[in-house]
Ligand binder design. Structure first.
Ligand code: AMP
Ligand code: MG
Length: 474
């Protein structure tokens, strides 16, 4: 009934983590259990939703076989080095092997203070918990690598932020919770033995084909490049691409002030704390390169005994990022305009569309979806902009052999977690109404098909509904 834990991180040296039990809460209540994910993990939904299960999800009881720990890591936050971060509000309960034979972490987030909490309370309020649940499950449904949400519970306790808010705990599932910042933590301490052990662990777990630290670096770079291209293809802005939020296996992790764009513009920023646009939509690939350079630096002692040789090899690996990114980006955007074949003019054709979209402030999601549904002109606030592009596109499509419409319908989502919808759901949850949260999740589970009765979920915000800023909201 309870999870069959098979823990490997807990076998790593003591200095990788602190053994930390979750702090019990006053009055746990179930918000949601993700039955599909539970099945994948071999977990019993009846148990998860029972009072014993809810107690485990709230951190009030530690299930048999769990070995709760908070992980140590460091990171660059907005470019500034922080030598110690770590799980300040999360504990890893342990790992299970899923139905595909893949090792998955089960982590409680918002489960109380840890030795890494610094000034924080180790808690989360219901807003960020619901936000991460909705966003991460939507991302998964879009086919983009991400951490998952297994469950959300309320704590019955009050959290003090700008005001008093209800507390909650998210159960997060990930292929691991290892970050670029985990490597940086040990590199900064010149702990080569730990670096070696971590590299070994990551290779075994995520990149069994990698025969060396250099190959490990190359694999991580390729995964990150493809991930950032995927984000671009759905208009996603992570918002806090710090190295401690850069997942070593290329999953989207740490959904803070993230957002899906409504109107397209490459400079778009939502996060209230990103004053200089470091993590703007179009800057995400540059930042990912920067993050990969930090990983490369951390791995240098493992790459070659001779520092100059190590630097040269690592630099070459990092310099491969742009090519991998652009290839992935072009593949994804070709599909978005219905192309399976490749011609040299394709990049210019796609850029031509994006430039026009930015000029007329077209809705990112709905423009591409409209192309899929053969009503492109309607998606443009200014039809002239579309008509100046459409003939080139039609000419290009005439040289395609496949079914562009079907490809575009399978590639361009009809529905994404729009910011105003997410806000609406959080607002309702604050009044103890979780029905909008469940409805939104169920619509987002099949983003490429939208039943007519759910049509409103595809609507862009009305002027008074536009969300201009998102907040970290820990
Ligand atoms: P984030 O930017 O949300 O990924 O968090 C950055 C760091 O701050 C991580 O080490 C978190 O564990 C820590 N942190 C965030 N919120 C809290 C909190 N309420 N209590 C303790 N630590 C926190
Ligand atoms: Mg983080």
């Amino acid at each position: 009934m309870t999870p069959q834990f098979d823990n490997s991180y807990a076998r790593l040296p003591d200095r990788f983590f602190a053994r930390t039990n979750p702090t019990p809460v006053g009055n746990p209540g179930l918000i949601a259990v993700n039955a599909g994910l539970a099945r994948e993990l071999g977990l019993d939904t009846d148990w998860l939703t029972s009072s014993d299960g809810i107690a485990a999800l709230a951190g009030n009881a530690v299930p048999d076989g769990a070995e709760p720990l908070s992980q140590a890591y460091a990171g660059h936050q907005f470019g500034g080095w922080v030598p110690q971060l770590g799980d300040g509000r999360a504990v890893l309960l342990g790992e299970v092997i899923d139905s595909n034979g893949i090792r998955r972490d089960i982590q409680l987030k918002g489960s109380g203070r840890t030795p890494f909490s610094r000034g924080g309370d180790g808690r989360a309020w219901i807003g960020p918990v619901i936000r991460e649940y909705v966003m991460s499950e939507a991302m998964h449904a879009l086919g983009i690598p991400t951490t998952r949400a297994l469950a959300a519970v309320t704590t019955g306790e009050v959290i003090h932020r700008e005001r008093a808010l209800p507390g909650a705990v998210l159960t997060r599932v990930a292929s691991s919770h290892i970050r670029v910042g985990t490597f940086q933590y040990f590199a900064a301490r010149k702990d080569v033995e730990a670096l070696q052990a971590l590299a070994h662990h990551v290779i075994q777990r995520h990149y069994p084909d990698a025969a060396s630290a250099l190959e490990l670096l190359e694999h991580v770079i390729a995964r990150q490049a493809k991930l950032i291209a995927h984000w671009a293809s759905v208009g996603f802005i992570h918002g806090v691409m710090n190295t401690d939020n850069a997942h070593i296996a290329g999953e989207t992790i740490d959904y803070g002030p993230c957002a899906f764009m409504d109107e397209y513009h490459p400079d778009t920023v939502y996060s209230s704390i990103d004053q200089f646009g470091r993590y703007a939509y179009s800057n995400q690939p540059n930042i990912a390169v920067w993050n990969m350079a930090q990983l490369a630096t951390a791995l240098l002692p493992l790459i070659d005994e001779d520092m100059d040789t190590a630097v040269e090899k690592a630099t070459q690996a990092v310099h491969r990022f742009p090519d991998i990114f652009h290839t992935a980006w072009l593949d994804l955007f070709r599909a978005k305009i219905g192309l399976t074949g490749a011609e040299t003019g394709d990049k210019a054709l796609i850029d031509g569309l994006l430039t026009r979209m930015a000029t007329v402030k077209a809705d990112f999601t709905n423009t591409f979806r409209a192309l899929a549904e053969g009503r492109g002109a309607q998606a443009f606030p200014d039809a002239v902009a579309f008509e100046s592009w459409a003939p080139d596109w039609q000419a290009r499509l005439s040289r395609e052999t496949g079914d562009p419409q079907a490809l575009m319908r399978a590639t361009n989502p009809a529905v994404i977690p729009r910011n105003h919808r997410v806000e609406e759901v959080i607002e309702a949850a604050l009044g103890d109404d979780f029905a909008p949260f469940h409805s939104l999740n169920s619509v987002l589970a099949t983003p490429f098909e939208l039943r007519p009765k759910n049509g409103a979920y595809a609507n862009p915000p009305k002027p008074e509904q536009v969300v201009h800023q998102t907040f970290c909201g820990t």
